[in-house]
Design a protein around this ligand. Structure first.
Ligand SMILES: [Zn+2]
Length: 237
């Protein structure tokens, strides 16, 4: 099953990107009962280049600003999800979050952790107690599934999250180091190749904006995979 982000929410994200002073916007997208579309349920304002949002079923945040807006290589506004974003998306996939939508000046990124990867890590964490795995998750209330991850799984996820962080951090470092000799476009290409690589735990979709700021060229979709884990059945109301 897929859910599409509603047109009005996309417009809200696009408007927010143009707001001055530059600051990130983030929050929660939820499926509206009336339309079946993902719509902004709550939003918070962040700083120029940082934001903190509570974990939700589907989270979003913006990356406003372009390299032209901000002078100097070290302050160039990167549109693609940051190394911290990617590490956090991985962590949150194990505490109820199924997707992160990042709207930036160069498009809308939908980042999800591959269901097979989530299953593999769960199996690894519960390797010695496999039969009780589902049972354990089933004993948790929806709220507990959402906020708590068992320590064994937490440790495992943290190991992988740190690895993800350093991989993407190295890419950003490459960009900043070669800032005078390369382009954001070249960096973005490199970034996408890595994020979509065979060994990547992520599924990354990019939607480009249509002409004249009229939404995106294609419907922005979030995949609702059937993970056969209690987590996947959780809907916040
Ligand atoms: Zn970000």
């Amino acid at each position: 099953m897929n859910a599409e982000v509603g047109a009005s929410s996309i417009r809200r994200l696009q408007t927010s990107l143009r707001q001055r002073p530059i600051r990130e916007l983030g929050g929660e997208l939820t499926i509206a009962k009336s339309s079946g579309h993902l719509v902004i349920r709550s939003e918070v304002n962040g700083q120029t280049r940082t934001i903190s949002v509570d974990t939700a079923d589907v989270n979003f945040h913006t990356h406003p600003g372009t390299c032209k807006d901000i002078e100097g290589a070290s302050k160039c506004a990167i549109g693609v999800p940051s190394s911290s974003d990617m590490a956090e998306i991985l962590r949150r996939a194990f505490s109820g979050n199924r997707a992160h939508v990042i709207a930036s000046h160069d498009g809308i990124y939908v980042v999800q952790v591959k269901p097979a990867y989530v299953r593999a890590l769960l199996n690894e964490a519960y390797a010695d107690s496999k039969p009780s795995e589902q049972k354990y998750w089933n004993t948790l209330t929806a709220e507990a599934r959402f906020t708590s991850t068992p320590p064994s799984l937490k440790r495992l996820v943290e190991t992988y999250a740190k690895r993800i962080y350093s991989e993407f951090d190295a890419l950003e470092e490459w960009f900043y180091t070669n800032f005078e000799r390369t382009t954001y476009r070249a960096f973005r290409k490199k970034w996408l190749a890595h994020a979509r690589g065979h060994s990547s735990p992520f599924d990354v979709k990019v939607y480009t904006y249509g002409k004249h700021g009229k939404g995106t060229t294609h419907p922005v979709r979030v995949r609702y995979a059937n993970l056969r884990l209690p987590l996947s059945n959780y809907h916040r109301r």
